[in-house]
Design a protein around this ligand. Sequence first.
Ligand SMILES: [Zn+2]
Ligand SMILES: [Zn+2]
Length: 287
Amino acid sequence: MLIDYHMHLQPDGVGERAQQARRWDTHGGYLSRGWIGRYVERARSRGVAEIAFTEHDYRFAALADLHPSPFWREEATADIDAYCAAIADARDAGMPVLLGIEADWVPGREDDLRAFLDARPFDVVLGSVHWIGEVSVDNPSEPPIGPHAAEDVWNAYLDALIDAAGSGLFDVLAHPDLPKVFGDRIPDAVRPRLDDLVDAVARAGIAVECSSAGFRKPVGELYPEPSLLAGFREAGVPVTLASDAHRPEDVAEGFSTAVAALRGAGYTHLTRFRGRVPEPTPIRSWA
Ligand SMILES: [Zn+2]
Ligand SMILES: [Zn+2]
């Protein structure tokens, strides 16, 4: 089967959400069965049998103090219990949806995040590094490479991702080579650190995602890049498929290319989750 295990019910940013509010309001709100059903319909139309909603942890008021950046505090307005209830309601209505979350790695706040995660019935928890200290890795209005040397950004990012992998907090590492988002691919001098990342993920026994989101970004390629995907495969690291959609149209986008890349790397199975327990399933693309 095919799965899409990374998507958001709303875009990032107060302004972006205001612009799109009318779209989901016509369905009864962004937590409505109608709006969630739009994602399910798009998944089905692209041959995807199961999807996981993975809202950003920084959207929730309950975690407003987890990170010091003004962006985080401004975003942290949503009600986590309402989100969990909406996904449960959609599942009760027969939709093939899982309750997930995309959680940021914030060094020093591991216990707070663990308590938040353990208190709720998540099926799958993605771990992401979007921040190096207070520097955003992927904010298009403030790309970090330029003000900071590419080698420094990549080294700091990989340090953080390796720590995140070993933290025990996450089931799947999201977009594992994110600093390339604006086109700055990993410098040759830093490339050996990718082996350290692969080792850390394999040791931790968690999965990575193969994400088509990079197709919608300046870099124009999958996360992870082919050689890194092959490295994960050789190390026996399980994999999920992910679009990182922030609107229904982007669900399962680019998956024919992603599936070809997975097969090219030698993958035969994807990993499903239920209650944070992984289970391999053979990759079956469109009949
Ligand atoms: Zn992300
Ligand atoms: Zn995401």
